[in-house]
Write a protein that binds this ligand. Structure first.
Ligand code: PEP
Ligand code: MN
Length: 341
């Protein structure tokens, strides 16, 4: 249920409604927009069936939502959510350009790549320390040591960091280092992990599961948001289809679909979507043209010898060329690439 208040609503009107909701064992979430205050009710709102909220003071409208999600829904929060990450605002006019290696490997590697991607216009550094590998025998990431190396790269460049968290037991540790915590495609429906991420207040980038429908993806975001963490960024990284010429199939459709369903920013990861570096630039451009709020690109100084995902990694120079083109596309669709002095 969503309760829309009139402009004149006072704090005591809000408090009165909040108390009623809590009295019935439900959880109120307040969204204070420029024009309206909206209270979302989480839980089984059938419990409020005999409470005539429509006639409470300064209530404009009560909308009983039939969709399975609420907090992530545009009905609850009509304006686009903008998430502050350092000096970057994800979901604003300026695009989020997340770039860096698949895995953090050595101090030299991560610091060099961080400096390079910053030079070409990235505003967030990526790098995996805990890696979700399909095979248990593949490189699993440097763990805490990788986080330390990311910290050094951040100190050297000022770039905020995004890195993946695989396990509820590591959330506290990863949150100490990361500016954004990433949930990978294989964990997109790990509800225990999502619930725990709802308890922190750092932004979470939620990748789409390998075979996840749009509503299932929104519901995963809802798991995080229902814990009170509204800082969720969606990331499409390709889905499983019958097509084998690319690693996955980039679902560009999902950009307008998610923009309609939710108010959350959406980023595209063309690296994991295509699995081949030669296709990455075109798909990055397509993503921005289609309204994505940014891209996440794997960049490596020596793709041939990368410890993971070398075949889909751009060199810094290739990334630089892409950024030149991206700048032009961004202008056409009323967006901007980051600029540094
Ligand atoms: C990654 O970003 O390094 C990664 C493992 O991605 P995904 O979860 O999309 O496979
Ligand atoms: Mn990767």
């Amino acid at each position: 249920m969503i309760i829309v208040l009139k402009k004149e609503a006072t704090e005591s009107d809000i408090e009165h409604i909040v108390e009623k909701i809590k009295e019935h064992g439900l959880e109120p979430h307040i969204s204070r927009g420029i024009e309206k205050i909206v209270i979302g009710v989480v839980g089984d709102d059938n419990k409020l069936i005999n409470v005539p909220i429509e006639i409470f003071r300064n209530v404009e409208q009560v909308i009983r939502i039939t969709k399975p999600y609420k907090l992530a829904s545009r009905d609850f929060h009509p304006h686009n959510t903008v998430i502050d990450v350092g000096t970057t605002k994800i979901g604003s006019e300026e695009l989020a350009i997340i770039a860096g290696p698949c895995s953090v490997e050595t101090p030299e590697q991560i610091t060099f790549i961080a400096k390079e991607v910053k030079k070409y216009g990235a505003n967030i550094l990526r790098g995996g320390a805990f890696k979700p590998r399909t095979s248990p025998y593949s490189f699993q990431g440097l763990g805490k040591e990788g986080l330390e190396l990311l910290k050094i790269a951040k100190q050297n460049t000022g770039l905020p960091i995004i890195t993946e968290v695989l396990d509820t037991r590591d959330i506290e540790l990863v949150a100490e280092y990361a500016d954004i915590l990433q949930v990978g495609t294989r964990n997109a429906q790990n509800f225990a992990l999502l619930k725990e991420l709802g308890k922190i207040r750092k932004p979470v980038l939620l990748k789409r599961g390998l075979a996840m429908k749009a509503d299932e993806w929104v519901l995963s975001a809802e798991y995080i948001m229902s814990g009170g963490n509204y800082n969720v960024i969606l990331c499409e990284r390709g889905i499983r289809t019958f097509e084998t010429s690319t690693r996955n199939t980039l679902d560009i459709n999902i950009i307008p679909v998610m923009k309609e369903k939710t108010h959350l920013p959406i980023i595209i990861d063309p690296s994991h979507a295509t699995g081949k570096s030669k296709y990455v630039p075109d798909m990055a451009l397509a993503a921005i043209a289609a309204g994505a709020d940014g891209v996440m690109i794997e960049v490596h100084n020596d793709p041939e010898n990368a410890w993971s995902d070398g075949d889909q990694s751009l060199t810094p120079e290739q990334f630089g060329k892409l950024m030149e083109k991206l700048k032009q596309i961004a202008q056409v669709v009323g967006r901007k690439v980051p600029t540094f002095v």
